[in-house]
Design a protein around this ligand. Structure first.
Ligand SMILES: Nc1ncnc2c1ncn2[C@@H]1O[C@H](COP(=O)(O)OP(=O)(O)OP(=O)(O)O)[C@@H](O)[C@H]1O
Ligand SMILES: [Mg+2]
Length: 265
């Protein structure tokens, strides 16, 4: 299929209703090739739901979604999912407890959890290579269920990168990581983001300092509606941030990263 860069990822008038609750309302968002985005919003504002829609795990109640040039309704979503690396904890709940970490990482190639086609030698080699890059090669023989949260998180990321996706969705990837592991992960993302062949990244975070310089754009959500969208310097400003959280927030920009301070007064 021809890649249309203007139509890389596009949502228009997207609405999502669940149990008669309006969870996303009139969301329009354009992501161009080469941009990396961060998504911010209070707990429950609809971030994970929005990403699940983009990844084809949920279907919009209304509106139009195109992802990687594929228009929903005209494309096989299972094929689309194979081009997307999903790194987020909602997967963790569905991992079979006895699954070996190595098989968990390999399962990313097949965009499925649990049972999949018998892996071949190149799958194993790729899994080890990506695990080494993320410093989790030493735990590949352990059962997934016994690992610490930070170890699981690294495996989740390795799983998301193994099939060289064209889009990587990171839903709070740093949660549970210790201070140093978090920096390592952030620099891994930063280095990936700078490569010309980098997959497009969408990062959900609650912490401004996790927004590395490669993340050029930001989307703000408030109660399921877009409260800010565009170049990050224009979006990560005190007025807009204070609006989405309902308290005064200051943001300082130091060494290429934002640091926030909440003012309860
Ligand atoms: N299956 C569901 N049925 C009913 N409500 C749901 C369902 N899934 C999500 N919601 C609601 O939709 C809203 C948005 O949820 P979502 O998980 O997208 O928020 P979020 O922005 O990712 O929050 P967090 O920062 O806590 O991860 C929440 O109020 C949540 O309770
Ligand atoms: Mg969430």
């Amino acid at each position: 299929m021809m890649e249309n860069h203007n139509d890389w990822i596009s949502l228009s008038g997207v609405k999502f209703v669940r149990n008669r609750r309006l969870i996303l309302d009139d969301v329009s968002w354009e992501i161009r090739r080469g941009e990396h985005w961060t998504v911010l919003g209070a707990n429950g504002s609809g971030k994970t739901t929005l990403l699940q829609l983009i990844a084809g795990y949920l279907w919009p109640t209304a509106g139009r979604i195109t992802v990687l040039g594929r228009r929903f309704g005209e494309t096989d979503l299972r094929e689309l999912r194979k081009e997307i690396g999903w790194i987020g904890s909602f997967l963790q709940a569905s991992v079979p407890p006895a699954q070996k970490a190595l098989d968990f990482v390999i399962s990313g190639k097949y965009a499925t959890l649990g049972v999949f086609a018998k892996p071949d030698e190149s799958d194993f080699a790729q899994a080890r290579e990506v695990a080494e890059r993320l410093r989790c090669a030493h735990i590949l023989d352990q059962p997934y269920a016994v690992l610490s949260q930070g170890e699981k998180q690294r495996l989740l990321i390795a799983r998301g990168l193994i099939h060289k996706p064209r889009l990587i969705i990171l839903d709070e990837p740093c949660s549970g990581l210790d201070l140093v592991s978090r920096e390592e992960l952030l620099f891994t993302l930063e280095n990936l983001g700078r490569l010309p062949e980098s997959p497009t990244m969408i990062l959900v975070t609650h912490h401004l300092e996790e927004i590395m310089p490669s993340f050029t754009h930001a989307l703000l959500l408030k109660s399921g509606r877009v409260a800010g969208v565009g170049a990050r310097d224009e979006v990560l400003i005190p007025d807009l941030l204070s609006n989405i959280f309902g308290v005064a927030i200051r943001a300082e920009y130091v060494d290429g990263r934002y640091w926030s301070k909440v003012d309860f007064r």
